[in-house]
Design a protein around this ligand. Structure first.
Ligand code: ZN
Length: 302
């Protein structure tokens, strides 16, 4: 048995998962936005709810929109800003009286897909979130790679590679820099680009649908988007050379990414051929919470 929690900006989900990866119990509630104390209590109550038939000592894995700073043991890089600077794992352990492991939500996504999803059976998996933000996680031999700064896989805050003159210096990012990959590839960014092309009010998925139905302006936008994604992932392949790249987040539902991007990334990867696989996730919205549950090895999960 394993317990996992996915703490999102709008909802918190908790599961009890059996040894084979089947979800036995599942519950979700709205996130008490802006209230740290209530967030801790909400997670405690959710775990109480889903773990009624599980051992009291069962540890909990929690995916968070941020990470624990190895320098301070406090939360950093969280867009759920009320968590920043808090000893979240300590406070959760005190509230739940269970061992707690925290990990970045993109790392949890990558771990879930590597464990029994679209990356299963591969030595090296790069998990990508393309949603409100752009993040990533690295799993090698079934284990998440975190790094001494706990930022492994954070490609979204690298600059867009091989920029055209029109792409430089690029939009301002909330992180304080300009031209970050996230400012080009997030859902809100694509929708913003659509507004300047008479495609106002269309969501990212609606833009993709319009492109498929032959709308030229939408087609051009999707070509540009996939070109930027191809350049950005070529940078990842040049450094990590993963066996498989798994896409998650809302924009991963755009089917054309899986054909157009591999057609385009060869121009930028430092190799004669590129055999890297680009695949959609297998677990959809459940990947974050499943990956959180996988944070504890079965031997420790009783
Ligand atoms: Zn940034």
């Amino acid at each position: 048995m394993r317990l996992g929690v996915d703490l999102g900006g709008t909802k918190i989900e908790a599961i009890l998962m059996d040894r084979d990866g089947n979800i036995v119990e599942r519950k979700r509630i709205a996130t008490p936005r802006g209230d740290y104390g209530q967030t801790v209590l909400a997670i405690r109550d959710l775990i109480d709810d889903v773990s009624r038939d599980a051992p009291r000592s069962l540890p909990v894995g929690i995916g968070i929109p941020g990470t624990v700073s190895p320098a301070t043991d406090l939360i950093k890089n969280a867009n759920s800003t009320w968590l920043i600077g808090k000893p979240f794992d300590k406070d959760l352990e005190a509230a739940m009286k269970r061992p707690v492991r925290l990990a970045n939500d993109a790392d949890c996504f990558a771990l879930s897909e590597a464990a029994d999803g679209a990356g299963a059976g591969h030595t090296s998996v790069f998990g990508v979130i393309l949603g409100t933000g752009v993040g990533g996680g690295v799993v090698i031999n079934g284990k998440t790679v975190s790094g001494p700064n706990a930022i492994a896989g954070e490609w979204g805050h690298n600059a867009l590679p091989w920029p055209e003159s029109t792409e430089f210096p690029g939009p301002k990012c909330y992180c304080g820099k300009t031209g970050c990959i996230e400012t080009w590839l997030s859902g809100p960014s694509l929708e913003q680009q659509a507004r300047s092309k008479n495609l106002s009010g269309l969501s990212a998925l609606e833009i993709a649908k319009a492109a498929q139905s032959g709308r030229e302006d939408a087609r051009a936008l999707i070509e540009l988007y996939t070109d930027r994604l191809a350049r950005s992932l070529a940078g990842v392949i040049n450094i990590l050379d993963p066996n498989v790249i798994v896409l998650g987040g809302g924009l991963s539902a755009i089917g054309e990414l899986y054909t157009l991007v591999p057609e385009k990334w060869g121009a930028h990867v430092f190799s004669d051929t590129v055999v890297t696989e680009l695949v959609p996730n297998a677990h959809g919205d459940s990947s974050g919470v499943r990956g959180a549950a996988w944070l504890w090895p079965d031997t420790e999960a009783h």
